[in-house]
Write a protein that binds this ligand. Structure first.
Ligand code: A3P
Length: 345
C-alpha cells in the first residue's frame, strides 16, 4: 500500500516537474522574444501583402532559420513565396575601411529587426570577374528578406578600389554609404598584424612593421606601403566624392565602436532612417574577449571570431610618432570634409 502511494506520488511529482520545466522553457523563449514581438515601425511592422495573418516583423525574423534551410535546399520555394521573401539589392553598403571594425559594425547592425546582412564579403564592385557577371548575380548573392527590410553588405576593399564608386553609382546613385575608420596608425598596424598572421600560418617569415612603414633610404614614411596608403582616408574619400555628395556617407568611429558601441550604432540607425531598436540589452562586454559581444535574446548571443581583436606586435614608439605626424594633415582634411572630428593624435 505504502509502495503504491510512493509510486503515485512520484508520478505526480514527475508530471508537476515536467509542467514546471515546460512553463519555464516557454517563459524563457517568450521573454527572449519579447523584444522581437514589438513592431519596429508603423508600416514596416507588418507583413502579409497577400492578406495573411499580420505578424510583427521582429517575430518574423525567427524565420531566418527557414531562409537558411532554403539556401541549404531544405525549404520549399512555396515557403519563400508564402512569406514574401525576396533577395534585395543593398540599400546601404559598408565600403570600408579594412580593419576599421567592418565586421563588428555589420553584425551589430544586423541586430536591428529591419536590417538583414549579407554574411559574406561579396566583392562584386572591386572584382572585375564578379562585376562582369552582372547585377543579377550580385542580387542573387543577397540574403532573403522581407520587402520592408533593408539589406546591408560589407566589402572593405570597395573603399580603396579605383573603379568602385562609379560602379556603385550606376547601381544606385542614392545608396547610403558607411565608412568605419580607426586612428590611422592603429589601423595600419592592425592591417599589418593580419598579413603577418597569414604569413606565420604558412610558416613564412615577414618583415617587421617598422621596416615596411618607413623607407630605409629616406627615413620618411613609406607611402608605397599599402597599409599606410589605406589609412590616408581623405585621399580615398575624395575619389568617392566625385560621384556621391557627402550627405550620402556616414562616418563611424571604429575606436568608439570598440569601447562604447551603442551610441555609434544609434547614429547609424538615424542615418539609415531606422527607428531606434538596438539597445544596451543587445550588447554586453565579454571580459575574456575584451570586446563587446552580441545578445539577440536571453538564449542567443555571440562574440566575433577570434580573428577580430588580435594582439598587435609592439612597434617602435618613434615610428608611431612619425606615422602620426604624417597622417595628421590628412586627418584634419578628413574631419573638415566629413564634419566629424575624431581627435586622433
Ligand atoms: P584588431 O584585430 O586590430 O583588434 P575588420 O572587421 O574591419 O577587419 O576590423 C577588425 C577590428 O574590429 C579588430 O581589429 C577589432 O579591434 C575591431 N572590433 C570592433 N569591435 C569589435 C568587437 N565587438 N569584437 C571584436 N573586434 C572588434
Amino acid at each position: 500500500m505504502l509502495f503504491k502511494q510512493q509510486v503515485w506520488l512520484r508520478q505526480k511529482l514527475l508530471v508537476l516537474g515536467s509542467l514546471a520545466v515546460g512553463s519555464l522553457l516557454y517563459l524563457v523563449a517568450r521573454v527572449g522574444s519579447l523584444d522581437r514581438l514589438q513592431p519596429i515601425c508603423p508600416i514596416e511592422g507588418r507583413f502579409g501583402a497577400r492578406g495573411q495573418a499580420e505578424f510583427p516583423l521582429r517575430a518574423l525574423q525567427f524565420k531566418r532559420g527557414l531562409l537558411h534551410e532554403f539556401r541549404k535546399g531544405n525549404s520549399s520555394k512555396e515557403q519563400v513565396y508564402l512569406h514574401d521573401l525576396v533577395q534585395q539589392l543593398p540599400k546601404a553598403i559598408i565600403i570600408g575601411v579594412r580593419k576599421g571594425g567592418t565586421r563588428a559594425l555589420l553584425e551589430m547592425l544586423n541586430l536591428h529587426p529591419a536590417v538583414v546582412k549579407a554574411s559574406q564579403e561579396i566583392h562584386f564592385f572591386d572584382n572585375d570577374e564578379n562585376y562582369a557577371k552582372g547585377i543579377e548575380w550580385y542580387r542573387k548573392k543577397m540574403p532573403f528578406s522581407y520587402p520592408q527590410q533593408i539589406t546591408i553588405e560589407k566589402s572593405p576593399a570597395y573603399f580603396i578600389t579605383e573603379e568602385v564608386p562609379e560602379r556603385i553609382y550606376k547601381m544606385n546613385s542614392s545608396i547610403k554609404l558607411l565608412i568605419i575608420v580607426r586612428e590611422p596608425t592603429t589601423r595600419a598596424i592592425s592591417d599589418y598584424t593580419q598579413v603577418l598572421e597569414g604569413k606565420e600560418r604558412k610558416n613564412k617569415t615577414y618583415y617587421k612593421f617598422e621596416k615596411l612603414a618607413i623607407d630605409p633610404n629616406t627615413c620618411e614614411v613609406n607611402t608605397k606601403y599599402k597599409a599606410v596608403r589605406t589609412s590616408i582616408y581623405t585621399k580615398h574619400l575624395e575619389r568617392w566624392l566625385k560621384y556621391f555628395p557627402i550627405e550620402q556617407f556616414h562616418i563611424v568611429d571604429g575606436d568608439r565602436l570598440i569601447t562604447e558601441p551603442l551610441p555609434e550604432l544609434q547614429l547609424v540607425e538615424k542615418f539609415l532612417n531606422l527607428p531606434p531598436r538596438i539597445s544596451q540589452y543587445n550588447l554586453y562586454f565579454n571580459a575574456t574577449r575584451g570586446f563587446y559581444c552580441l545578445r539577440f535574446n536571453i538564449i542567443f548571443n555571440k562574440c566575433l571570431a577570434g580573428s577580430k581583436g588580435r594582439i598587435h606586435p609592439e612597434v617602435d614608439p618613434s615610428v608611431i610618432t612619425k606615422l602620426r605626424k604624417f597622417f595628421h594633415p590628412f586627418n584634419q582634411k578628413f574631419y573638415q570634409i566629413t564634419g566629424r572630428t575624431l581627435n586622433w593624435p
